[in-house]
Ligand binder design. Structure first.
Ligand code: ATP
Ligand code: MG
Length: 364
């Protein structure tokens, strides 16, 4: 698992190897070991020994690749996790990593202690194909917008986990600046976002999601949620896009926090009205199902903000035009690079099923 074991087991020189591999992995999926040797201040024996260790730790794959007629190494998800966590620690985002507190297809969440002994949550975004297919258009737009000028518009192939982290960070920044109850963002590194931990009864562990709580006063809660939601759209200018009882946390004091924003859409995006209505309907239907209470008609609730949404969209039309073209190019580049995985130079990618051979260096 991503987490403390790996970060403790690897040292600076292992990190140097991972960093070099990361730099080369735009050009190569499998990186021939002589490319690494050229760039690293270590001899072949040390490099091979460390690559074997990183392979054992599941941070990379390392094997004989017939296409190159040499041993080669390939980055794995956990290799990127290790780099992101290492750099966050180096920048004092946390002093001590805790454990995995949530793991799904779309993200892994860890807890950690910051330098003041406060708990934080670190979300490692994942590439998850079905989810990506669902959100690719909005993600491309939101990611381009989130990254703005820093994107190289000529060749902005984006990496899905990083794009999700960038969007989530941007939304958390915007909404917490406006004092909405979302986890305060701390830091972003690659595909990792560090944020305030919304704690439950047990220190260091998350408050439960709305779906797991029996509310004493569901009518009030629904009212608060709908008011917050409408304000986040009209003032924050973001539509959550996956708003439900699974993405609202309830603290022991009964405060509500809204989490999980990587699929959020800026209000000027053409899908915003439809997603906004769907979010409102989802949460209302949940309260109706769960508490068998009288609930407002989702259409009426949406209609309360519909005209304002349209007006703001019209005001932001220029912004939409500005980012739209770049987003379309990004999307095309993402599709060309195996649905958002980092792009590689064509022709340099050995066949996945090349024979595995481990003879030369042995194991362990
Ligand atoms: N800032 C936070 N404070 C406390 N707990 C958090 C925080 N962020 C995430 N969590 C915990 O992790 C869970 C999943 O987080 P989130 O909803 O952001 O990601 P997700 O994409 O839905 O992940 P998954 O695919 O694992 O469900 C939350 O239900 C909550 O338990
Ligand atoms: Mg969630």
């Amino acid at each position: 698992m991503a987490g403390s074991e790996e970060s403790e087991a690897v040292d600076k020189r292992d990190i140097a190897i991972l960093r070099t591999m990361e730099g080369l992995s735009r050009a190569f999926e499998w990186i021939p070991e002589d490319k690494l040797l050229e760039r690293l201040p270590m001899d072949y024996i040390e490099l091979a020994r460390r690559l074997q260790k990183l392979d054992r730790l599941n941070l990379i794959d390392y094997k004989f690749v017939p296409y190159f007629d040499t041993f080669a190494a390939r980055m794995k998800e956990k290799g990127y996790d290790t780099l992101a966590l290492w750099d966050m620690k180096k920048h004092n985002v946390f002093k001590e990593l805790g454990t995995v507190i949530g793991e799904g297809k779309e993200a892994t969440i860890l807890n950690a202690k910051d330098p003041d002994d406060e708990w934080i949550a670190i979300k490692l975004h994942r590439y998850h194909a079905p989810e990506f297919r669902r959100i690719r258009k909005t993600l491309a737009y939101a990611a381009v917008k989130a990254r703005g000028e820093e994107l190289n518009i000529e060749d902005h192939r984006i990496d899905v986990p990083r794009a999700k982290a960038q969007v989530e960070m941007k939304v958390l920044e915007r909404l917490s600046e406006l004092d909405f109850p979302v986890p305060g963002p701390r830091s972003i590194n690659r595909h990792a976002v560090a944020m305030d931990m919304i704690e439950g009864d047990v220190s260091g562990l998350p408050a439960p999601i709305l779906a797991k709580v029996r509310l004493e006063n569901p009518e009030d809660a629904l009212e608060v949620i709908l008011e917050d939601y409408k304000d986040m759209v009209l003032q924050g200018h973001y539509v959550h896009g996956d708003f439900s009882e699974h993405n609202v946390l309830v603290t022991p004091d009964g405060e509500l926090y809204y989490v999980d924003w990587p699929q959020a859409v800026p209000i000027e995006h053409p899908s915003a009205p439809q997603l906004c209505y769907r979010d409102i309907r989802n949460i209302i239907k949940y309260f109706e199902r769960r508490y068998r209470m009288d609930v407002p008609d989702p259409k009426e609730v949406y209609n309360e903000i519909k005209d304002d949404v349209k007006r703001i969209m019209e005001e932001k039309r220029k912004e939409y035009e500005k980012y739209k073209k770049a987003a379309h190019r990004t999307l095309k580049a993402m599709e060309e690079s195996a649905e958002g995985r980092p792009a590689r130079a064509p022709g340099r990618r050995p066949h996945e099923k090349d024979g595995v051979s481990r003879g030369r260096h042995g194991r362990g």
